[in-house]
Design a protein around this ligand. Structure first.
Ligand code: FES
Length: 241
């Protein structure tokens, strides 16, 4: 097994006088080692104050996303054996508030985005829904379409990989379009095409995407963002007529 060399971004913005820097750690690679396992080992044996996030360790919660050798992705799903080189560089996801080292506040960002685009079912009669009644039926093909978008785990990789987002702070980005796209498809949401146009039909929405494909290249769940954005763009143009 190889000796791995990690170069890890270190900076605690809460610590007065602390400066951003890269710190070097060496570690013996073990079979099936993921970046998440390696980070835990480094924290246990060499740097007890190293900050990084995780919850599920199974590619479900999205909290372990970071930039690994230049690519935003999930630490728990990335094996060290993926890399031919023993040198591994880790940075926090850009575009989010830094908590410290590799930990960023994606929750705050996603919450604000949800509130901005209204990513919940809008139905004035929702208060009259009875839990004793049978659920409304939905065509399986449509349910599949909605489920596909529901696979997004809001890890933030697409936000960090998006050059448009880096240039335009208010750009909704792929995650915002995926969030809203689910409800545009859902017949239980009573918003009209014109309502969706108010949120998406502008330069910060579907007309701002430059199709640079960073979102799609970096998505750990292999979501097809560009198909979704093209669909929404078509719908928004139709809403004008
Ligand atoms: S720890 Fe949940 S996705 Fe990696």
């Amino acid at each position: 097994m190889r000796k791995l060399v990690f170069h890890i971004f270190r900076y605690d913005p809460q610590l007065e006088g602390d400066k951003p820097r890269m710190q070097r750690f060496e570690l013996n690679e073990t079979e099936g080692m993921s970046i998440f396992i390696a980070l835990n080992k480094i924290r246990a044996e060499q740097a007890p104050d190293l900050k990084f996030d995780f919850v599920c360790r199974a590619g479900i919660c999205g909290s372990c996303a970071m930039v690994i050798n230049g690519m935003p992705t999930l630490a728990c799903r990335t094996l060290t054996s993926t890399f031919d080189t023993p040198e591994i560089t880790l940075h926090p996801l850009p575009g989010f508030e830094l908590i410290g080292d590799l930990s960023v506040n994606t929750g705050k960002f996603m919450r604000a985005l949800s509130e901005r685009v209204g990513s919940w079912i809008h139905d004035e009669n929702a208060n009259n829904i009875s839990i004793d009644k049978l659920e409304e039926r939905m065509e399986p093909a449509l349910a599949e379409q909605i489920y596909e978008l529901d696979r997004c785990i809001e890890c933030g990789c697409c936000v960090s990989a998006c050059a448009t987002k880096a240039m335009k702070e208010d750009f909704i980005g792929a995650v915002g379009m995926i969030k809203l796209g689910k409800f545009e498809l859902d017949p239980r949401d009573k918003r009209t095409s014109k309502d969706f146009y108010q949120v998406l039909g502008n330069e910060d929405g579907v007309f701002g995407c430059m199709t640079l494909l960073g979102c799609q290249d970096s998505c750990p769940k292999d979501l097809n963002h560009q198909t979704q954005i093209a669909y929404l763009r078509r719908k928004m143009l139709m809403a004008l007529n």
